[in-house]
Every structure is written in structure tokens, then in C-alpha cells.
Design a protein around this ligand. Structure first.
Ligand code: FAD
Length: 469
């Protein structure tokens, strides 16, 4: 018999339950193992930063495996066509193991794969391992899902966390079956057409880089995480999210590594674990309410008449709003594919409360740019900032961009890094350069495109209006 490991968002060997399971089963009946990735047509439409990073990570993983003598095969095309290639290449195929993907896309695709494979008597086994705790496992005492983070977190904290899977490259090698010699058409497509379109140089990619980053963070920054995590001008957070998204790093490994340091790292470790719980919380909300991708979680806010002004939306996307902290955040996103959490909150709040633009447009833009794009966390984060989600910021607490800037980038050093037009601006004007006279410095930076005080009132009125309907 042959068993397949289907990699999706889990480009790693360590703590990979799909690999562990395949090895166990193969060991029990003398089976062999193959590994593959499916280039679904959905992934191939638009190679913006998110997919550039994703495919380069896949490439790195394939190279890492190749150096150990293991080929990660590629399938291409719609589900039926791709899986037909798989079952034809391996008539002895008995089962496919993968990690669960709870997104609406993932669930629909997996159902289609299950139906198709059944015709060939092959079973698909999606296993836990992409989150710390499965959405079904933490519910209120009446069996319904939590809506509010704090009680969810209390329960999450008490819950026993799964231990790591014992998946090792040497075990895999023992049962691995060599595919036929030569390159397939999917290999050629990936190497000659797709990869050349992924042009960005990302520096460190893959499992080894991920584990190094985790270790450095835990050694050097975890203890002060709670003090520094809100400051974009500091290197205070872990920046592990792109590795967690691609699965180069197991989030369960991150959890265990940090929780084992809780005595030394105290509040830093506690605060960090709470952030990991937010990821599980949003995954849980999205699992039970997948319609929130397009629809406000709070019913009373579904009739808000959002603005769709193209010109303002372009200014926001390009980082030309005239509000330095917002522009610095957007340019960080456009240049690096990552944005600091505080800035995600500020830029999302700005789009929805200052420009009154539909949060769905912002969510979609982030989805193309963020290399750590996680549908559940992004939808959750956007609905939080727009005050329409579960446990969201109340609509009357509108972020003031200048005040946020003074608080979280006090010397303007982050702003100056990403908005070079403001390099010469003295510190006292860096958050509000429009207040500076031309004698003080000549700059080519736009005036604020809106009046925050006016827009704040409009935003509150918009919410009050639909509440009173
Ligand atoms: P750290 O502070 O070091 O946190 C460690 C890990 O905890 C993160 O890597 C992440 O896995 C998790 N985490 C931390 N904060 C959150 C949070 N608020 N929600 C969910 N998980 C969290 N995160 C994504 O991973 N993908 C997204 O697409 C995404 N979109 C967002 C959109 C908006 C509008 C907002 C406000 C937040 C979004 N977040 C998203 C959450 C958060 O901003 C990032 O997880 C964080 O900035 C990643 O950087 P880090 O790894 O240095 O985080």
C-alpha cells in the first residue's frame, strides 16, 4: 500500500501529525509514503506579495526535502484532474493524510477531494495540528461557541494542550517511495512559469530559519514582550507570523517553547500566550461563522452604508493619506508584506472610521499583501477595527491617528523609516507635519486628506443611524 502526505499550510517536518500518522501506518503494514502539494487554480490567479512569499517557501521546503533525498511532488489543475493524476500514478494508494484547514475554501475543497477519492477507495484524513486547540474543543457550558474573548481565554488557558507529534525526517526516509525519474508538467510549470514571477528577495525562509527566529525571540525579547509589543519603532514582537502562516513553524511548538519559560519570562510570556490564544479564538469564530468573510458578525451593523470612494481608497493603499503614522504603516505593508499589529489596528481604523470605507475592501487588500495572511485573523481583525465583529472595539472609541502616533512612535523614528519625505521634519511636528510652517522645513508630503474631528463625528453618526433604524 501507498500513503500520501498532502502539504498545504504546513511546510515543515517537525510536529507534523500528517507525517507522523503516515509513518505509523506505513510501519504497521509495510506501506510506502509519498509527499505532495496541490497547485490549486485558486492560488494561481494573482501573484502579489502573499503568494510570492508562499511559493518561495514551498520552493525552499522542496529543496530542503530534496537535499534529504525526498521529492515533494506537485499536482496541478482543478481538484478532479489533479487527484486523478495522483491515483493514476499510485494505484496502490490507500489514504491521504493532511492537516485540517478550517477556512471555507479549505473545507469546500476537502469535501470535493473526499468525494472524488472515495470512488477509488482512498480516504482523506485531515488531522489536528494547525492550531493549538481545535475550534470544537472549547465551548460554553451550554455547548455553544464563545462570542467574547475573555471567558474563551479562561477556558483555553485551563485546557490541556496537545503534545508535539513525533515526526522525523529519518522515519520518513525509511518509508518514502521514489517517484518516477524526470520532471512532471507540474514541476515544469512551477519552476519555469510560476517561480520566475515570484521576484522578491525574502532573506530567511523555511523551517530552519523559523526555528532560529523562535529561539532568538524567546532568548532575547520574550521577557519584555508585554512592554514593547505595541511599539512599531522597537523590535518587540516575535515576527513569527509568516512562518506560522506557511506552517514552516508549528504554532504548537511556539506555545510549548514559550509556556516552558513562563517562570523566567513572567508577564512577557503570559501576554504572548494570550496573543496565541487570539489566533485560536478567531479561528474558532470563523469556523462557526464562515459567512463573516463578507458579512458583519453583528447583525445590527449589516446595513451601514459604507463609502466606496476609489480616490481615497487608492490614497490609503499607497500610503498617501497625509497622516504620517497611517502612511508609514501602509508603506511598511507594501514594501515588506508585513505590518506591525498596532499599525494594522491604526490603518484599519483609519480606513473605516476616517474614510468611512467598507472594511471588506481593506480585508481584501491585506489578503493580497500580507505574507502572514490568515483569513480568520484578518477578517477578525478587520471586523474588530470596524466595530462590527465579535468583541470588537466600540464604535464611539475612534482611534485618533495623531494621538496613536505620539503614544506608540514617540520620536517618529518608525515614520521616518517608511516616509522619507518627512526625514527633515523636527520631532515636534512629526505626527502632524501640516502644523509646520514652510520656514521650518520644505516637504513634499500631502496635507491631511480629511479632518479627523469631522470624520469621527460622521462615523459615530453612521453607527448610531443604523442602531436607531
Ligand atoms: P506577535 O505579537 O509576536 O504574536 C505572536 C503570534 O500570535 C502571531 O504571530 C500570531 O500568530 C498571533 N497573534 C498575535 N496577535 C494576534 C491577533 N490580534 N489576532 C490573531 N492572532 C494574533 N494576524 C495574522 O497572522 N494574519 C493576518 O492576516 C492578520 N490580519 C490582521 C488584520 C488586522 C486589521 C489586525 C488588527 C490584526 C491582524 N492580525 C493578523 C493579527 C496581528 O496583527 C498579527 O498576528 C501580528 O502582527 C503578527 O506579528 P508577530 O508575529 O510579530 O506577532
Amino acid at each position: 500500500p501507498v500513503y500520501a502526505v498532502w502539504l498545504r499550510n504546513d511546510f515543515r517536518i517537525n510536529d507534523n501529525p500528517a507525517i507522523q500518522k503516515a509513518v505509523e501506518v506505513a510501519a504497521s503494514d509495510g506501506g510506502r509514503i509519498v509527499m505532495f502539494f496541490h497547485l490549486h487554480p485558486e492560488f494561481l490567479r494573482d501573484i502579489d506579495l502573499q503568494y510570492d512569499y508562499f511559493f518561495q517557501t514551498l520552493h525552499q521546503f522542496r529543496n530542503d526535502c530534496q537535499s534529504k533525498g525526498i521529492k515533494v511532488e506537485l499536482l496541478k489543475g482543478p481538484v478532479q484532474e489533479a487527484f486523478h493524476t495522483l491515483v493514476s500514478s499510485y494505484p496502490e494508494l490507500k489514504a491521504v493524510f493532511c492537516l485540517e484547514d478550517y477556512t471555507p475554501f479549505g473545507r469546500t475543497r476537502d469535501e470535493e477531494v473526499i468525494r472524488f477519492l472515495l470512488k477509488y477507495n482512498v480516504q482523506l484524513f485531515p488531522l489536528e495540528g494547525s492550531h493549538i486547540i481545535h475550534p470544537e474543543k472549547i465551548k460554553k457550558s451550554d455547548g455553544t461557541p464563545y462570542q467574547v474573548f475573555t471567558p474563551y481565554f479562561r477556558n483555553w488557558n485551563r485546557h490541556i494542550k496537545p503534545s508535539l507529534a513525533n515526526s522525523r525526517i529519518d522515519d520518513l526516509k525509511e518509508y518514502y517511495v521514489d517517484p518516477k525519474e524526470g520532471k512532471t508538467s507540474a514541476d515544469n510549470y512551477f519552476e519555469n512559469e510560476l517561480l520566475p514571477r515570484c521576484k522578491k528577495s525574502w532573506g530567511s525562509l523555511g523551517e530552519k530559519a523559523a526555528v532560529n527566529r523562535l529561539e532568538t525571540f524567546v532568548e532575547e525579547r520574550l521577557t519584555h514582550y508585554h512592554d514593547n509589543r505595541d511599539r512599531p519603532d522597537y523590535f518587540g514582537t516575535s515576527t513569527l507570523s509568516p512562518f506560522i502562516k506557511t506552517g514552516a513553524l508549528s504554532v504548537r511548538m511556539v506555545y510549548h517553547s514559550v509556556s516552558s519559560r513562563i517562570d523566567e519570562a513572567g508577564k512577557g510570556a503570559e501576554t504572548f500566550l494570550k496573543e496565541l490564544a487570539w489566533r485560536d479564538f478567531y479561528a474558532m469564530i470563523y469556523y462557526f461563522y464562515p459567512e463573516t468573510k463578507n458579512q458583519e458578525y453583528q447583525e445590527k451593523y449589516r446595513n451601514i452604508f459604507w463609502n466606496r470612494d476609489e480616490e481615497l481608497f487608492t490614497k490609503w493603499k499607497d500610503g498617501n493619506t497625509g497622516f504620517p503614522i497611517v502612511d508609514a504603516g501602509m508603506r511598511q505593508l507594501n514594501q515588506t508584506g508585513w505590518m506591525h499589529n498596532r499599525l494594522r489596528m491604526i490603518t484599519a481604523s483609519f480606513l473605516t472610521k476616517d474614510y468611512l470605507i467598507d472594511w471588506r475592501l481593506g480585508e481584501e487588500y491585506f489578503s493580497r499583501k500580507l505574507i502572514d495572511y490568515d483569513e480568520a485573523s484578518n477578517v477578525g481583525g478587520w471586523q474588530w477595527a470596524a466595530s462590527v465583529g465579535t468583541d470588537a472595539v466600540p464604535y464611539f472609541r475612534v482611534f485618533n491617528p495623531a494621538r496613536q502616533s505620539v503614544r506608540f512612535d514617540p520620536y517618529g523614528s518608525f515614520i521616518k523609516e517608511f516616509v522619507p519625505e518627512l526625514t527633515e521634519v523636527p520631532e515636534k511636528y512629526i505626527h502632524t507635519p501640516e502644523k509646520m510652517t514652510s520656514e521650518e522645513a520644505e516637504i513634499t508630503y500631502p496635507e491631511p486628506t480629511v479632518d479627523h474631528a469631522v470624520q469621527r463625528k460622521k462615523a459615530i453618526a453612521l453607527f448610531k443611524g443604523v442602531e436607531e433604524e
